[in-house]
Design a protein around this ligand. Structure first.
Ligand code: SF4
Ligand code: SF4
Length: 189
């Protein structure tokens, strides 16, 4: 039985080849199908390791988000990446990046360590000061118009106090061609 990675890779349209079967792909590559299958699994494993490491390093996974599958996954910082660097300058990055997810804070679990605030590439998180007489009652707050739903605050919180919740239902483009057309018309989603 084929692995999930191989099924997924074969379901994606290949550049200049479109959708293809394992046998066709192997023929074009001049390899045995079993070797091609092994290579796909090996590459999928390497990419998963790279994506996990990137997330740990505080990088944001960016992609051309089409329903038929992403073209690339780029791991970006907000200091050098063209896309993120531009977005961080805006007052409302979220209006350009139509993510469906927002972080939700569990204030009972939160220890106010500010890890989420420091890792957020969009400066979307702040700590509101406590209003009690003794200074307690401070809490973390996300400015939704700045949040691009990258999930770094959730994956980096040492106390599992942040979850990403589905808050909207924006439908991505069907194909990468449609994605590019939207982009050329000034939409990043
Ligand atoms: S990283 Fe977690 S515990 Fe620390 S301030 Fe953010 S939500 Fe609270
Ligand atoms: S998901 Fe979290 S880390 Fe990412 S932009 Fe939104 S608030 Fe910042």
């Amino acid at each position: 039985m084929r692995s999930e990675q191989v099924e997924y890779a074969l379901a994606l349209p290949m550049p200049s080849m479109g959708r293809t079967s394992l046998d066709d792909l192997a023929r074009k590559m001049g390899r045995e199908p079993s070797l091609v299958e092994e290579r796909i699994e090996e590459m999928a494993g390497q990419r998963l390791i790279m994506a996990t490491k990137s997330r740990k390093d505080g990088l944001v996974h960016l992609t051309g988000n089409a329903q038929q599958g992403p073209a690339v996954i780029c791991n970006c910082c907000s200091c050098c990446c063209n896309a993120l660097r531009g977005l961080i300058e805006l007052h409302n990055p979220r209006s350009f990046v139509k993510t469906n997810f927002l972080p939700q804070f569990d204030h009972d679990k939160c220890r106010l360590c500010s890890t989420c605030k420091n890792i957020c590439p969009m400066d979307a998180i702040s700590m509101l000061p406590g209003v009690e007489a003794d200074g307690t009652g401070a809490f973390m707050r996300v400015e939704e118009t700045r949040c691009i739903g990258c999930g770094l605050c959730a994956s980096h919180c040492p106390h599992n106090a942040v979850s990403m919740v589905k808050a909207y239902n924006n439908i991505p483009a069907q194909t990468l061609a449609e994605c590019n057309e939207r982009y050329m018309n000034g939409r990043l989603w």
